[in-house]
Each structure stands twice: as structure tokens, then as C-alpha cells.
Design a binder for this molecule. Structure first.
Ligand SMILES: [Zn+2]
Length: 277
């Protein structure tokens, strides 16, 4: 009898213990869930607050050498980031007041031979794969260049190779729309410094929510891709709208920017990033 009573007590005690463990497990899981939720919410809030323009955004421009390029070109590009900040501050001032929009800190060049990841066709799986590959790539470069991800509102990686063709120099970009990372690949020499920074700014604006102002064939969208849609006659345009990347000089001909002095932010782009109502 005593033994049975003992085993019943043991059974009860075990039941109570397993209930307790169950509650503890649920509590721990709930706490993790709340933690992850809070982190995601704060991350979204932090990214959204970038579009309020009440504080100067801290932007890292990281130069990555896949193959060695002209050291003078890289140094010129690093120095020229200060002028890019000035140009963009003047552009914001045409739409609204407030502190200067961007402070750039240039890093590198760091040697990293691997090709940066390429964005695939838009889609959930392909986007997730790109995000993962981008994270692996930028983590490796950040470690090598001493960039602290947390210290910056956005990071733009300018991946450089030497020109392969003296006449035609390639440049292209990719970024996370509304994210924190942009990529520019450029065949860099001293003639490409300003164009490289122009595309870096283009990619930065994607991370802030701006959309392209050119179509699939590269043609400038009318009128949103024009820096001066009110100009009469309308061609040639005098300036290059940042998200159009080219300046229409006739109904079908366009020219890339030669200098940062040509950079303008059009009203449609200004609206997308919160500079204009
Ligand atoms: Zn773009």
C-alpha cells in the first residue's frame, strides 16, 4: 500500500514537473519571439526614420579591389565623396530645409578577388538567396576593411577592376530597395571617378526607396527622369537626373554624366525619398 501511494505521489510530482517544464519552454519561446519581433520592429523603424531627414545619415563608401587599379583613381574617388555630400546637400536644399542629408566615410581599398553576388530574377527564393550571398560578401569585406555595420545607415560597396577597353568603360549597380546595402561595379580609372560616385549615389537612393527613372532599354522616363522637365526647348537637358543616370540630349539620344556638377535630383525622386511632399 505504502509503495503504491509512493508511486502515485511520484507520478503526481512528475506530472507537476513536466507541466512546469512545459510552461518554462513556452515562456522562453515566447520571450524569443517577442525579442525577434522587437528587433525587427526597431530595424524597420530605424530604416524608416532615415527618410525623415532630421539627422545627417552616416554612409560608408567601401572601395573593394577585385584586381589592382590606379591608386590615384581610388584616392581621387575617396576624396571626391566630400564633394558628393556637398552636391546632395544643395539638391536637398532646393526641396526642404534641415541638416545636410549625408556624411560619407570612405574605406579601403581592400583586396577581395571574389565576384560580388548578382541579383537574380525577382522572386521570393531568388531574393532570399541574393540577400544571403550579399550578407556573406559584405561581412567578409567589412571584416577586411574595418567597417562596423552598426555604425552606418547605409553602406555602398564600390567594386573596382581596371578598364579592359580604353573607350568603353563598364559600370553597373545593384541594391536592396529600402535596405541598407548597395553595390557598384566599375572599371575604374581617373576618368571614371565622378561617374562611379554618381552611380554610388544612385544605389544609395535605391536603399532609401527611390526607383529607376529609365526603362528596360535604358531610355529616360518622361517626365520623371528629366532634371528640368520645364525646360524649353526640352532638349538638350543640361543636367542628369540621379535615378535616370543619363541626360537626354535629343528625343532618342542620351549622355552619361561627366562630372558630379551635372547631378540633379528630380521631383519624383525627391518625393520617393521624403524630400518633397
Ligand atoms: Zn537603379
Amino acid at each position: 500500500m505504502a509503495g503504491r501511494a509512493g508511486s502515485e505521489d511520484e507520478y503526481e510530482a512528475r506530472k507537476q514537473r513536466s507541466k512546469l517544464y512545459f510552461r518554462m519552454r513556452v515562456t522562453v519561446l515566447l520571450l524569443i519571439l517577442v525579442g525577434v519581433g522587437l528587433y525587427a520592429w526597431r530595424d524597420i523603424e530605424r530604416r524608416r526614420s532615415r527618410n525623415e531627414w532630421t539627422e545627417t545619415l552616416e554612409i560608408a563608401i567601401v572601395f573593394v579591389e577585385r584586381q589592382p587599379v590606379s591608386a590615384r583613381a581610388v584616392e581621387a574617388a575617396k576624396a571626391r565623396t566630400a564633394d558628393l555630400a556637398t552636391v546632395l546637400a544643395a539638391e536637398m536644399a532646393r526641396f526642404r530645409g534641415g541638416p545636410p542629408p549625408f556624411r560619407f566615410t570612405a574605406f579601403g581599398p581592400v583586396g577581395h578577388a571574389a565576384a560580388p553576388p548578382e541579383a537574380g530574377e525577382p522572386g521570393l527564393v531568388s531574393d532570399a538567396r541574393f540577400a544571403w550571398n550579399l550578407w556573406r560578401y559584405t561581412s567578409a569585406v567589412d571584416d577586411a576593411s574595418g567597417v562596423s555595420e552598426r555604425s552606418f545607415d547605409a553602406r555602398i560597396y564600390v567594386v573596382v577592376t581596371p578598364p579592359t577597353n580604353a573607350k568603353v568603360k563598364q559600370i553597373e549597380g545593384a541594391s536592396q530597395q529600402g535596405g541598407k546595402v548597395g553595390l557598384v561595379e566599375v572599371e575604374l580609372d581617373e576618368t571614371m571617378v565622378d561617374f562611379a560616385l554618381f552611380v554610388a549615389a544612385h544605389e544609395l537612393f535605391h536603399t532609401l526607396g527611390a526607383s529607376d527613372k529609365y526603362d528596360a532599354s535604358g531610355g529616360v522616363l518622361m517626365p520623371d527622369g528629366l532634371a528640368e522637365p520645364e525646360l524649353a526647348p526640352i532638349f538638350p537637358q543640361r543636367y542628369v537626373e540621379l535615378m535616370a543616370r543619363h541626360r537626354p540630349v535629343g528625343p532618342t539620344q542620351t549622355k552619361p554624366p561627366k562630372s558630379l556638377d551635372e547631378l540633379r535630383v528630380g521631383r519624383a525622386t525627391a518625393r520617393e525619398i521624403g524630400w518633397a511632399p
